[in-house]
Design a binder for this molecule. Sequence first.
Ligand SMILES: *Cc1c(COP(=O)(O)O)cnc(C)c1O
Length: 376
Amino acid sequence: MSTKIWLSSPHMGGEELNFVNEAFAANWIAPLGPNVDGFEVELSGITGVKHVAALSSGTSALHLALILAGVGREDEVICQSMTFSASANPIMYVGALPVFVDSEKDTWNMDPDLLEEAILDRIKKGKKTKAIIIVHLYGMPAKMDEIIAVARKYEITLIEDAAEALGSSYKGIACGAMGNFGILSFNGNKIITTSGGGALISNDEAAVKQARFLATQARDNAPHYEHSHVGYNYRMSNICAGIGRGQLKVLNERVQQRRSNKAYYSKTLGQLPGIKFLDEIPGSMSNFWLTTLVIDPTVSKGVTRENIRLALAADNIESRPLWKPMHLQPVFVGTPAYVNGTSEELFNMGLCLPSGSNLARADLERVTNIICNLFD
Ligand SMILES: *Cc1c(COP(=O)(O)O)cnc(C)c1O
């Protein structure tokens, strides 16, 4: 059997263990400590966002963002349909109702015109949208000028799910830095990892302070345990933050490596009939966390996304269909959705290729040779 090629696997830089060893030496084995503080400061520097709370996951960051936005029972939250389920699940945690909005074809992220249509239709039905969750899927920045304009026009809190987009930017501003709140993920498959972790980022100092408070069991200031709020155990451990500090030192390299994977795939496969890659729009810079393509079987002489996926799997290579939209997920049956067919078509025809920053040229060639052979 050939060696396994993963979709996206952890890639250590070398300095992570130094930070972890420091934590051991000082016995800071807790969900607070110098690595957590350092990681927050360093993330603030990288994103240009003033305040950062390092948390146990990107999902917990979204949950706290919704709480801070005042979202509660009966409220509605508009969420990009084309995303991973972790964007939408926290809406359920707070007892609110998700409303899904489909994508535009240029970035595969939320369609700003459809967003406005959805807001107006909800208003007509007597519902006011309390927050919007947009996603920079696969690292590709959404059309933020248009999205922000709609959010401002209707005075709705904007939450940016930048879990897949650390290192991406839009008109020079980091993904996650443009909304009222941004969230990041450092799960094992993301562009950098803390083994598991996330962050809430915002220029609203009081909100981030409150996030830290809620994330440490909402302990009021008293010698005994005193609580006037429901709390959560959502802080990042000092050990994980140590891994994160080491990983931040190689973030720029990781972005370049993933971008060069995308360039190689585009160059090698871009001429095949029916294959199209997701490319940047003017002003946007993607970290190309995953390289993604769509294949139109009516043009590709019948080669389908599944043909490619299965041929790769037969050689021990992991690839994955584009994320199945939330409005088509069994768990969200009956949820209001404003659709235009784009995300469903992407799901039917799209594939994520192996995209790790640790892939060698020979690994990429193994992938592209298999795909080219399907067209012979
Ligand atoms: C990974 C991911 C999340 C959740 O992050 P975790 O750290 O795994 O909880 C949220 N949204 C998107 C789009 C993701 O890809």
